[in-house]
Design a protein. Structure first.
Length: 430
């Protein structure tokens, strides 16, 4: 019996699109055998037709207008690799699904912003919308949540979802270099974009976490999320936490507590002995806490053409097999409008650092502010610098309401004895 054919249009031929094109050409036979369907690249399109890409594109394959792919009857599947939540990518994916074309995308920004609407259109038109490559590249977390862990009630998902920030923090720790030194190094090595603001600010992790939250808790995508980046972390913090037996990682957390969902992205102190603390460089790691499975850990390369192609081909293969699935595991009608809560009401243990003038009464004033704001001190370290006439005060708190911890920072920051803006980094001991 002859294998049927699935006609594909690849839109976007940057590093990832080009790598995928070559991979599908080279591995066409084995993918056909494994999926009982031939992946056939019918069309490609990109912004720059004349760009040298190191491979030949048949003239008949090139679409001058990328949106034509959504109208041509023969096209079954559109792979969107343009990027960005708006503009060309948004037009392409909305039009493709409306015209009953399957879509595979690596676009986390688009799914995080418009996933609810796109899912509804895909379900209505009985086509697939697949986005494994949008979260953590080569780490197959989305398919694991949809299929491998389907029996589990998930309580919490967290981890390292951004390789650039992880490389920066782990290099600052190991090489004793400043934030800017390591960032420039990351750019040279290709681990950071020329404009790495989304990675450093935590926005990249935020988009990925929203998608994972929706899959874990069968909820609609929600923008109630606390996001902090890593730019304020310096070498003093790295040294201090090492002495305390911790490491700093930029983590994303989504958890359900008393039927409320908390989504948060921020630098976090984790025990040096913990598994996540050992994940260095550009690697990603996702930890899922579910019932009955307990804790599951998946780690791997989070970005790059190879890792992303691995995820894209997984999605393409799912479509080649002819399965029509709901984009977020369950029907749009079954997804819940769960309540999301801001982290201000959540309790945390925290690391606070104050750079102050070394003079009588300062320490008692600081501890008095803590007492008045219902925050109990677990550990206090004072490091005087006699040459500068200053002192570094490091406090580890017992579990306290986040809003009170932040209130303390605001109050003490206004004091005349403060030299630098105080630091607050939450601790996760789980």
């Amino acid at each position: 019996m002859k294998n049927k054919k699935l006609n594909i249009a690849i839109i976007g031929l940057g590093n990832i699109g080009s790598y995928l094109f070559k991979y599908l050409k080279k591995n066409k036979k084995i993918l056909s055998k494994k999926n009982n369907c031939i992946p056939n690249i019918l069309f490609v399109s990109a912004k720059n037709k004349s760009k040298k890409r190191g491979f030949n594109i048949n003239k008949q394959q090139w679409l001058n207008n990328y949106l034509d792919a959504t109208k041509i009857k023969e096209v079954d599947l559109i792979i969107e690799l343009i990027g960005g939540a708006e503009g060309a990518a948004k037009k392409l994916v909305f039009n493709a699904l409306k015209n009953k074309k399957h879509v595979v995308t690596a676009n986390k920004a688009l799914i995080a912003k418009y996933g609810n609407q796109l899912s509804k259109i895909a379900e209505k038109n009985k086509v697939n919308l697949e986005f494994e490559a949008s979260v953590c590249g080569g780490v197959p977390i989305i398919r694991s949540l949809k299929e491998g862990l389907i029996a589990n009630k998930i309580n919490r998902i967290f981890g390292i979802f951004n390789g650039t920030s992880n490389y920066i923090l782990s290099s600052m720790d190991k090489k004793n270099k400043t934030f800017n030194e390591v960032l420039n190094e990351a750019k040279k090595l290709g681990y950071a974009e020329s404009n790495p603001s989304a990675d450093i600010s935590g926005e990249d992790v935020s988009a990925k976490l929203k998608i994972l939250t929706s899959l874990c808790f069968n909820s609609f995508l929600n923008n109630n999320i606390h996001v902090e980046g890593i730019k304020h972390i310096d070498n003093e913090d790295i040294k201090n936490v090492r002495k305390l037996g911790y490491k700093i990682k930029l983590l994303g957390f989504s958890e359900i507590i008393n039927n409320y969902i908390y989504q948060r992205v921020h630098p976090t102190l984790i025990k040096e002995s913990s598994y996540v603390a050992s994940i260095d460089g550009v690697l990603n790691a996702v930890i899922v806490d579910g019932d009955p499975v307990g804790k599951s850990v998946i780690q791997g390369e989070g970005a790059g053409p190879e890792a992303t192609t691995s995820a894209l081909v997984s999605d393409i293969s799912s479509i080649l097999r002819g399965n029509i699935k709901f984009p977020f595991s369950i029907s749009d009608k079954e997804r819940k409008k769960l309540k999301f809560r801001n982290i201000t009401e959540r309790y945390f243990s925290a690391y606070l650092r104050f750079e102050v003038l070394d003079k009588p009464g300062v320490l008692s004033n600081i501890t008095n502010v803590f007492s008045k704001n219902y925050v109990s001190i677990k550990r206090l370290i004072q490091n005087p610098n006699k040459n500068k006439g200053s002192s570094s005060v490091i406090i580890i708190t017992h579990d306290s309401k986040d809003k009170f911890l932040n209130k303390i920072i605001k109050i003490i920051n206004k004091k005349s004895y403060v030299i630098e803006k105080p630091k607050l980094i939450r601790i996760d001991d789980n």
